[in-house]
Write a new protein. Structure first.
Lengths: 288, 307, 412
């Protein structure tokens, strides 16, 4: 009797698990398939690259042809990857510093025009920045920052600010005031207080901000194209426009897949390594 | 718990007493952010407004035409068709994303082994750039070197090679599938935060009262998630209204110019036809539309607060 | 960094050695996707001259936008290789250096490629000069002709012949197709390959002064019908309908029986794909006659550049016998017709067909080339796709005709 119930429960649980994981795995397949397909196809030799990837894996052995072809575009894929990394890293560092300061200021201080300033920062979200590119170019030229990776980085930081400042303000708002008061009594002041005491508490928010900054800077293409005018300074997405445009009237699909992989893998690695913080930060930002 | 939104008017100052010294410290903290926003955003924006009052070729001398660009807009059939297409895309994409994001959020909400893995996997496409995703999918959909056309033929759905990007309906469907694949993980996580904020004892009580799963969902879950939903809607709608990359990369606005979104049209006017003045005026109009949308959505939020 | 250092050191050495004459670096832009002719020319110039050219390749679809933005920001290159169809609008905007006095004093001025000179002239002054010259021509794959039982040495002379041949080649089955064109709203491709079939029979899509759209003509209708025939009878690959130009050179894969291509493309096939056995001839008009599109690049100089003399030195080098040969070897046609014969003496005889095409070739002269024809969303691009692949030919003609006229009328 007892065992029969147990068995029925076990069967039910097994059935439930099968349905649950069956659905999960099928859904996972659809989410992962495009990546896997492109990844495998990028390892095919030049001879296979122009035909449909069925099956996706290379039939005549693994080849790096596609990546070598990709390297022949622009100033070489390493150069452009380094540029992209430089710009992305710069964007991350600056965004984090600026948005922590601003988030803290907006969360803990009261000053004239505070609301107006906050609204102004958030409002940048609503402008398609394509439409201010030309004035932006002219301003950068006046500042001597055109055709420089630094200028591009500053523009990216600005584009990141609405999201980042918003996130950081929420993160600081979520920190109980008592902690701060206690630290203050212990003699910690302003920046020291911020760095030593509060920073660890808002770390998930910081990581979220950093990841978003990295991803957006890494993936942005139109501003990079307009604001940079040297082959050697182009970032990866600009290289990809050359690959997409094809060469001599033929598009090399292998190089395109290889480029997609070079663009994708760093994003996925960063996400997979830091996702614990990232998800926590994201959820804390959405619900405060 | 209060839910905040990405909309500007949502910031609410909390009155506090502070020494006037502290005021200046506060301004110092926000100064770097303000400097960046002013130099790289406010000034270009004012410049854009200025340009919108001119006939401003990309090269050559601009000439003042007052509100000419704005009046021209009202007789510009191509602008209205871009507006129409953007609205159509926004509605379909938003419905499609929510139709999938909700079941997925309910799915990953459960505390079971493996659920962390599924969350990660569903979220993965979110971190890839939209441009990269578009490139990837344009290859998958290519008739000669891609996957879909061969699979369709394999299953005997189409006879000869099917060129998915050639007709509006199939190309549009493809773009929706791509966008859902790319975005749904993000919406799922937002909805998940809302679901997790619902106290478990409430659901339990409803279960004991004999409410079935569907009743619990419509009578309890949905109303309680009102504000999370509003946030997810705002993000989704703003994103869709500003859509550009996918049409630019995947279909170049085709077939027959039927996929030109508003941002795409602005881009064309500014950087293909080089009518920067008109492009600027269109940008200002788009800004107006987005602000209006946000205000409307904010109203909906306020209504939520009163209840 | 190291490269720069070496550059600085060698610069210093040269300066010390030469003393008087300062070496200059000319910044030049070239669009990607037009082959290697210009890069090769710059390399060979750098090897033999003291002044050096620093070349930046800009994606072709973004070059105009980037150049115009750079001018606005005061950061333009000294000179660039500009798609010749854009020369009028840039000259009209007053951004280009007037080269009239200098160029007309050159002894071989009258021998420069006429279409390029014409497009480079605005209100009687020369702003752009021929640099890269190419024409469109009709190519057929001799191996596929033979396989399909056709005479591989006989060039088709009419569209009836081309259609019949295409059917025979398609009958070989599999991946072998009779014809190809980039029909996915690629205005640039279609003005290059399809418009000559209208021009050849005496019609045009714009009036002489560019003020009236004259799209709807019997010749254009016939041209559309020829292409529709190819689509309706499955004589072209399905990808053509959405090919926005990226697969323009499908002919080089060996499975396309016939296609109109350009001289650059022909050059790259001859160099990179020598096994492809093909012939070329002039593009037949839809109702008789022949024509071609004269394309390529003009070299233009940014107004007020301090390195004008250095740029002139480079242009003269390009026009020297040596420069002409370097260009021709990498696929560009001679920009000086007076010495074309000797330039091509050692070259593949098929280039002569492309040079012959220069005489019958046209290029529309309009300040609105991008809006009317070239951009992916232009009426011409949309028209070619809609009329050839769509269900409503009359509607496509009517829509494009009125759209083109309205763009012309509303031009600022």
């Amino acid at each position: 009797m007892n065992t029969a119930i147990k068995a029925r429960r076990a069967r039910k649980k097994l059935f439930g698990n099968t349905v649950f994981h069956g659905f999960g795995l099928i859904a996972s397949f659809f989410f992962l398939a495009p990546f896997i397909w492109a990844g495998l196809a990028s390892l095919r030799s030049n001879a296979e690259a122009q035909s449909p990837p069925l099956p996706p894996w290379p039939k005549n052995g693994i080849s790096v042809d596609a990546y070598l072809t990709l390297d022949t575009f622009g100033a070489g894929v390493w150069q452009h990857t380094m540029n992209s990394l430089l710009v992305s890293a710069g964007t991350v560092v600056l965004t984090v510093i600026v948005s922590i300061l601003a988030g803290y200021g907006f969360s803990r201080y009261r000053f004239p025009f505070k609301n107006l300033m906050f609204v102004l920062i958030i409002a940048t979200l609503m402008i398609p920045f394509q439409s201010i590119l030309t004035p932006l170019f002219i301003i950068l030229a006046k500042l001597g920052l055109n055709n420089s990776l630094l200028g591009l980085t500053l523009v990216y930081v600005t584009l990141q600010l609405p999201f980042s400042v918003f996130m950081m303000r929420n993160a600081f708002d979520a920190v109980p005031r008592e902690i701060e008061e206690a630290a203050r009594i212990d003699g910690a002041r302003d920046l020291k207080l911020l760095v030593r005491v509060l920073f660890p508490l808002v770390l998930p928010g910081v990581v979220t901000v950093a990841i978003f900054a990295f991803l957006n800077a890494w993936n942005e293409f139109l501003a990079a194209l307009i604001l940079l005018s040297d082959n050697e300074k182009y970032t990866l997405p600009v290289l990809m426009t050359a690959v997409r445009a094809g060469r001599l009237g033929a598009i090399n699909w292998g190089a395109l897949q290889a480029g997609v992989m070079v663009m994708t893998i760093p994003c996925l690695v960063v996400f997979l390594l830091l996702q614990r913080y990232y998800m926590r930060g994201l959820m804390a930002g959405a619900v405060k | 718990m209060t839910i905040t939104t990405a909309s500007p008017l949502a910031s609410i100052a909390r009155p506090r007493r502070r020494a006037s010294m502290r005021q200046w410290t506060g301004i110092l903290y926000v100064a770097p952010a303000m400097a960046l926003v002013i130099v790289f955003f406010v000034v270009p924006l004012i410049f854009t407004v200025w340009m919108s009052l001119h006939n401003w070729p990309l090269i050559g001398q601009p000439s003042w035409i007052g509100l000419g660009n704005y009046t021209r807009m009202f007789s510009d059939a191509r602008f209205f068709s871009a507006l129409g297409f953007t609205a159509y895309y926004t509605v379909i994409a938003t419905i499609a994303i929510f139709a999938l994001a909700f079941p997925l959020a309910l799915f990953v909400e459960r505390q079971r082994t493996g659920v962390g893995f599924y969350r990660t996997v569903f979220f993965m496409p979110v971190v890839v750039g939209l441009a990269t995703a578009s490139l990837l999918w344009v290859w998958l959909a290519n008739v000669d070197a891609g996957v879909f056309s061969s699979i369709l033929r394999w299953f005997g759905i189409t006879g000869r090679a099917a060129n998915i990007l050639a007709t509006f309906d199939s190309a549009f469907a493809l773009i929706i599938v791509m966008v859902v694949w790319k975005i749904v993980g993000f919406t799922m996580i937002i909805l998940l935060t809302g679901l997790q904020a619902i106290p478990a004892d409430l659901t339990e009580a409803a279960r004991i009262d004999g409410a079935n799963a569907w009743q619990r969902f419509t009578k309890l879950t949905l109303p309680l998630m009102r504000r999370t939903l509003a946030l997810a809607f705002i993000l989704s709608i703003t994103g869709s209204v500003l859509a550009f990359d996918q049409f630019y990369i995947m279909t170049s606005g085709g077939p027959q110019n039927r996929m030109i979104s508003v941002v795409y049209y602005i881009f064309n006017q500014s950087f293909v036809s080089f009518q920067l003045g008109y492009g600027s005026a269109l940008s200002i109009a788009l800004l107006g539309i987005l602000v209006t949308l946000s205000v409307v959505q904010l109203r909906l939020l306020r209504v939520g607060d009163e209840r | 960094m190291l490269k720069k250092l070496i550059g600085t050191v060698s610069l210093a050495t040269i300066l010390m050695a030469q003393g008087a004459m300062a070496q200059e670096t000319i910044n030049m832009w070239v669009r990607t996707g037009i082959g290697t002719a210009f890069t090769t020319l710059a390399d060979s110039y750098n090897a033999s001259h003291e002044n050096q050219i620093q070349l930046t390749e800009v994606p072709f679809s973004e070059l105009v936008q980037k150049y115009a933005t750079a001018i606005a920001g005061g950061q333009a290159p000294d000179a660039l290789s500009l798609d010749l169809i854009y020369t009028p609008s840039f000259a009209a905007a007053g951004q280009l250096e007037d080269l009239t006095d200098w160029v007309q004093a050159l002894p071989y001025y009258n021998g420069l490629a006429p279409s390029h000179v014409a497009l480079g002239t605005y209100e009687g002054r020369n702003y752009g000069l021929p640099l890269l010259v190419e024409t469109s021509i009709f190519a057929w794959n001799k191996d596929l002709y033979a396989e399909a039982g056709l005479d591989p040495e006989k060039a088709p002379t009419s569209w009836d012949e081309i259609k019949a041949n295409a059917e025979k080649i398609r009958a070989l089955g599999g991946d072998k197709y009779g014809f190809y064109f980039s029909g996915g709203s690629c205005g640039g491709c279609m003005i290059f390959t399809f418009a000559p079939t209208i021009w050849g029979s005496g019609a045009d899509i714009l009036s002489e002064d560019g003020k009236t759209a004259t799209l709807d003509t019997p010749q254009a209708r016939a041209a559309v019908e020829n292409y529709r025939f190819m689509v309706e009878n499955d004589l072209i690959p399905a990808g053509a309908e959405t090919d926005n130009g990226v697969n323009f050179m499908s002919f080089s894969n060996g499975n396309i029986g016939q296609q109109s291509i350009g001289a650059f493309g022909m050059g790259s096939i001859i160099n990179d794909n020598p096994d492809l056995n093909f012939g070329v001839t002039l593009i037949p008009g839809s109702e008789g006659g022949v024509s071609s599109f004269a394309g390529g690049d003009n070299i233009v100089v940014t107004k007020g550049t301090p390195r004008l003399d250095a740029v002139k030195e480079f242009i003269e080098y390009a026009y020297s016998a040596e420069g002409q040969e370097v260009l021709a070897k990498s696929g560009a046609l001679p920009s000086r017709l007076d010495i074309a014969e000797q330039t091509l003496a050692s070259m593949d005889p098929r280039f002569q067909v492309a040079v012959d095409a220069i005489e019958v070739a046209k290029t529309p002269y309009t300040l609105l080339f991008n809006d009317l024809i070239n951009s992916a969303n232009s009426p011409w691009a949309i028209f070619t796709n809609a009329a050839i692949f769509g269900g409503d030919v009359d509607g496509a003609f009517a829509a494009a005709q009125s759209e083109m006229q309205s763009i012309i009328d509303n031009a600022p």
